[in-house]
Design a protein around this ligand. Structure first.
Ligand SMILES: Nc1ncnc2c1ncn2[C@@H]1O[C@H](COP(=O)(O)OP(=O)(O)OP(=O)(O)O)[C@@H](O)[C@H]1O
Ligand SMILES: [Mg+2]
Length: 249
């Protein structure tokens, strides 16, 4: 069988909030940070916790947010944009921590404490700390970590599959963003773009919605299904996609 290299369908890598399907309330909170409706960090709130099921885009957004927030604060052009279309134009000062085993105890908290003593020398003056899978931190580390939240120039961005394993004090200092499946209709423009970028006519909304429901909002499953269907159509010389198979059913 011929392999579709040249025509292989690609997913556009997300660059701004518009590239994500988000629950309305989650979008509202993130946009409020970017357009300064919500002063942040301020009033003791300096964290963002992205929580939800596997593959819903938490790590992807967590890695993008330092650039988006930094741009909203340091790039004067950002004020003329819709917050959902702001793209990173800065070089934010970011430390990434996967919080994996072996790097999840009080030592990590101490390391973050030391690092955040440094003053960021870039335009915004903010220092970002991204902590992926933050529920892996031990209880003692979470308690210590809570105590270092509150430096005025530091913004903490965290992800977790298990919000209930996050220290209540950390939650209280954070904006909580539910990344679980939004209404399937919110995915339609993002999925349609995969087809139109590949010069294919997208399937009906009902078919797209069914893919989102079958994938339970997991971008991993949804994009895999969509790309597989689009590649099949390309390979067989079709210009439209009528149905999509699901990799998990
Ligand atoms: N809006 C998007 N557009 C394109 N690709 C996306 C989007 N959101 C997520 N992805 C892709 O989907 C995959 C899963 O996303 P990600 O790793 O961010 O999920 P997660 O919520 O962190 O999952 P886990 O809970 O398993 O850690 C990644 O390959 C990512 O690049
Ligand atoms: Mg992740």
């Amino acid at each position: 069988m011929a392999i579709v290299n040249t025509n292989a369908v690609k997913v556009h890598q997300p660059e701004c909030l518009d590239d994500f399907a988000l629950q309305q309330n989650s979008r509202y909170k993130l946009e409020s940070i970017l357009d300064q409706t919500l002063p942040f960090p301020a009033n003791g709130v300096c964290g963002i916790v992205l929580y939800g099921l596997y593959g819903t885009g938490k790590t992807t957004i967590a890695n993008l947010l330092p650039g988006l927030i930094d741009t909203s604060k340091a790039d004067p052009n950002a004020a003329n944009l819709q917050p959902s279309s702001i793209r990173d134009t800065q070089e934010p000062f970011v430390d990434y921590h996967p919080c994996a085993q072996g790097q999840n105890g009080a030592q990590l908290t101490q390391q973050i404490n030391n690092r955040t003593q440094l003053i960021s020398l870039n335009a915004s003056g903010y220092h970002f700390v991204v902590m992926d899978e933050v529920d892996n931190l031990t209880e003692a580390a979470q308690a210590g970590f809570k105590a270092i939240m509150g430096k005025h120039h530091v913004i903490f961005i965290m992800t977790t599959n298990n919000l209930d394993k996050i220290d209540a004090g950390i939650q209280n200092r954070s904006v909580l963003i539910d990344m679980n499946v939004p209404p399937p209709a919110y995915w339609r423009p993002i999925l349609s773009r995969v087809y139109t970028d590949a010069n294919l006519t997208p399937p009906t909304n009902a078919v797209l919605d069914q893919v989102v429901v079958a994938g339970r909002g997991s971008a991993r499953s949804i994009f895999s299904d969509v790309v597989m269907g689009a590649n099949q159509a390309k390979r067989s010389g079709q210009t439209a996609v009528a149905k999509i198979a699901n990799i998990r059913s």
